[in-house]
Write a protein that binds this ligand. Structure first.
Ligand code: ATP
Length: 235
């Protein structure tokens, strides 16, 4: 089943058109990755899907419902969460306060239990729960950003460049974590500069160039496509 269906989406910054009619689908249970050079429009697409930017044309459907133009808080309630580029930690708040924020819209009674489960899964966050988020290392901040998003219990998790600025060994941990989150039942839409690693864990991929999708296919096929290899995967 299609969890997300983006159709003909055009997004502008004033007169600058950043998305020029984007079509993209995300199958429930999958990992889908978006590849593209700097400035291609990847972050704009992620922000449009989570309601931070409104598309001028086109539609976005989630679980069959038309969600075009809804606000981010409305979309979080429907099950779409974003781990933003640069992690967007609340640096002056503690690790625990950041985690609490992730569940702010929930009304169920299992929040404390879920926070405890997250702490078990990320022991470093438990250890540092009373420390300011800004004092964590880059990799720890990324884990906190992911943990915070997971506390919203999303069906679809969007991740914008989760490996950016991290040491290679930490990057490997982050990719392993993304795979585990997916295996536990969360569908993932992933933007990554690290195209090879992204395609290795993804089921399907799209290539975005100056606001348009110019290629798509099974991740395995993209890994073997000479044009993709030359443009995004190095020699
Ligand atoms: P990067 O990997 O560098 O983040 P990206 O693929 O995510 O790149 P976007 O950030 O979505 O690209 O940018 C797409 C286009 O929109 C670029 O031409 C960029 O200059 C432009 N753009 C992005 N943000 C704004 C803004 N706030 N105002 C005006 N133009 C913007």
């Amino acid at each position: 089943m299609k969890l997300l269906n983006v159709s003909g989406v055009q997004t502008f910054y004033g007169n600058i058109q950043a998305l020029k009619g984007v079509d993209l689908q995300v199958e429930e249970g999958s990992i889908v990755t978006i590849l593209g050079a700097n400035g291609a429009g990847k972050s704009t697409l992620m922000k449009t899907i989570v309601g931070l930017l409104k598309p001028k044309h086109g539609t976005i459907h989630f679980l069959g419902d038309n969600v075009t133009g809804l606000r981010p808080d409305q979309l979080i309630r429907k099950g779409i969460a974003l781990v933003p580029e640069g992690r967007a930690m609340l640096a002056d708040m503690t690790v625990m306060e950041n985690l609490d924020m992730g569940a702010y819209h929930r009304k169920d009674k299992t929040i404390a239990k879920d926070i405890e489960a997250v702490m078990e899964r990320f022991p470093i966050l438990k250890e540092r729960q009373n420390q300011l988020a800004g004092t964590l290392s880059g990799g720890q901040q990324q884990m906190l950003a992911i943990a915070r998003a997971l506390l919203g219990k999303p069906k679809l998790l969007l991740m914008d460049e989760p490996s950016m600025g991290l040491a290679p060994i930490v990057v490997a941990d982050i990719f392993k974590l993304i795979k585990e989150i997916n295996e536990a039942g969360t569908t993932i839409l992933l933007v990554e500069q690290n195209a090879r690693l992204a395609l290795k864990i993804a089921n399907y991929g799209y290539v975005l160039e100056t606001g348009k999708i110019t290629a798509e296919g099974n991740a395995k096929e993209l890994l073997e496509n000479p044009r993709i290899v030359e443009a995004y995967l190095g020699a």
